[in-house]
Design a protein around this ligand. Structure first.
Ligand SMILES: [Zn+2]
Ligand SMILES: [Zn+2]
Length: 180
């Protein structure tokens, strides 16, 4: 597959979040694809839960990497945790924000596809591959999606959002609250 931002060829890489497959393109863009085998239900079920690990990186790894814990957290919060883990272990975050420029299948340029129906794909390459672009880029049958991992700026915005919201103070387990 190819990076939807630049068309570069993707290579698989290990990332912390067990619900996503990670890849990196030849131009260094970090991409995640959600694995279909995990339900997309996004509920907070983590209050009061604690993993039996010590050290920031190990605690984050367990929350993200063990499906029994990961299922208790919503995807967006896990994007923040993954960035937190990357920064903790000295990895760089992405430098670009999503732009749906190239076909993930063949890397050809994507063109807008006119449609009055929001449930019809809205981008197409010259080889006839069609995609939806909504938060992520999705194949027409929704069996495959790609998103760019967050930038440092988005990481800061997300962290502020979670830390300042009373509602989230009620859902985020203390163990993670103290780490973000
Ligand atoms: Zn790229
Ligand atoms: Zn294509």
């Amino acid at each position: 597959m190819h990076c939807h931002f630049c068309g570069g060829k993707l290579e698989k890489v290990e990332i912390g979040d067990v619900f996503f497959e990670g890849s990196i393109c030849q131009n260094g863009h970090q991409i995640s694809s959600r694995l279909k085998k995990y339900s997309q239900d996004e509920y907070w079920k983590a209050k009061g839960v604690k993993v039996d690990k010590s050290g920031k990186a190990e605690i984050l790894r367990e929350w993200l990497g063990n499906p029994d814990f990961r299922i208790k957290l919503p995807d967006q919060f896990c994007e923040l945790l993954r960035a937190e883990l990357d920064l903790t272990i000295g990895n760089q975050l992405n430098t670009v924000i999503s732009g749906y420029n190239n076909c993930p299948m063949c890397s050809e340029k994507l063109n807008p596809k006119k449609s009055d129906d929001v449930w019809v794909a809205n981008a197409e390459c010259k080889n006839g591959h069609t995609w939806w672009t909504r938060h992520q880029i999705w194949s027409q049958d929704k069996s495959y999606s790609q998103q760019l991992d967050i930038t440092h700026e988005t990481y800061l915005t997300l962290r502020k959002f979670y830390k300042e919201s009373k509602e989230h103070r009620e859902c985020i387990p203390d163990q993670l609250w103290d780490l973000i």
